[in-house]
Write a protein that binds this ligand. Structure first.
Ligand code: HEC
Length: 152
């Protein structure tokens, strides 16, 4: 069964909004702060891509390629940003990251692969971009569901 792209876009909107609640993460330091910033950087690039993908603004291949390339670079830094046991408050990292490291690392790699594909194929236009963007958004959702715990 294929899940429509709009479902990912709805999810992504929620991810971006939740990433904006700065107070939740007051006091984050060191590698936890760095990877929160990394994730926020990824979310900002997804947000820049979104209107060009869903038709809200004109599709500009060069901008799409730049944003996708930045996400691919960031994705390469995800796994190294999770040293074992680095999930103390206020981190939302699940301990499953380290008990199921291969799955976690594969999810980060999948994001990197799809982002690099979008970078390479940006000039093919919005249709191809939409499919790849959907794949990228699916990695966000999948990894967050499996490896991120929403702490209140
Ligand atoms: C390989 C797993 C993985 C992938 C892929 C992933 N994330 Fe995350 N993300 C996490 C984890 C784990 C956290 C919690 C980190 C922490 O609190 O220590 C997180 C946190 C976040 C946050 C909150 C940052 C903060 O300030 O606390 C945002 C926003 C976010 N991710 C956006 C995204 C978006 C958008 C994508 C897809 C383009 C994505 N993430 C892909 C694992 C992932």
């Amino acid at each position: 069964m294929r899940i429509p792209v709009w479902a990912f876009l709805v999810f992504l909107g929620a991810a971006i909004v939740s990433g904006g609640t700065a107070f939740t993460h007051e006091g984050a330091t060191g590698v936890v702060k760095e990877r929160m910033d990394l994730m926020k950087g990824i979310a900002a690039q997804m947000k820049a891509l979104k209107p060009m993908i869903d038709g809200g603004s004109r599709y500009e291949p060069a901008r799409v390629a730049t944003a996708a390339g930045a996400i691919a670079d960031h994705a390469a830094n995800i796994a190294p940003s999770f040293p074992e046991g680095s999930n103390a408050h206020p981190s939302e990292a699940s301990p499953r990251i380290w008990t199921e490291w291969d799955g976690f690392a594969a999810s980060a790699q999948a994001l990197r692969t799809h982002a690099a594909a979008l970078q390479a194929d940006a000039e093919k236009g919005a249709g191809a971009a939409k499919a790849l963007f959907g794949e990228m958004a699916r990695t966000c959702k999948g990894c967050h569901e499996g490896y991120r715990i929403k702490k209140q």
